[in-house]
Unconditional design. Sequence first.
Length: 228
Amino acid sequence: MIIYGKQVCLHALEHHSEKIKTVYVAKKNILPKDVFHKYHDNIKFLEEKWAQSMAKGGNHQGLLVEMDEYEQATLSQIKKNSFIVVLDGLTDVGNIGAIVRSAYALGAEAVIATGVKTLNFSAIARSSSGALLDMPFMIDANILDTFNELGQLGFTFYGASMDGEKVQDITFKSKRVLVMGSEGKGLSRKVTAKLNHIVSIEMQHAFDSLNVSAAAAILIHRMGYAIK
């Protein structure tokens, strides 16, 4: 897996050294001295054109890292947590990465993506500023079976929708799942049928909705504290 961009690469270099294969540098002095010395034998210097080619035209900021492929978590690992975020049909890696970043920062403990077959984990790592590398994450093709299993373990399911209960009026159960719908279609019918509650964010001015990643951050923050 190739990641690029200064912030995500430095995060990987500082916290996931066991996964690093090669560090590609296309800009002088971009690495802190301690990091440069630590990875000295793994560093290769690149011309700008080759760095651009490796980043496929993206903004590499002079730093790229080749590391082990992202290893998804298993359901056995994820169900040990108490606060799980489910992404129902989300495909935009920018939004997914932003949600993973918020989830990691605000106290959610795992993320499950459903309604998709594959995702670009390199892009998600980048858009999450490296949080994906620390967050249990899996793609689940059988989300209804997973919901049944989580339900048997005592989880309560909350879906985000504009017509739900105001989030500030709800006290959440300690074992909880937040489900965010896709950017265009919202929550799927099969997932909606499994929900215990629909929650919404009250708007102070007339406006349709928030971006899904912004809405997720607000709901995750609220659900991290208003529990019983």
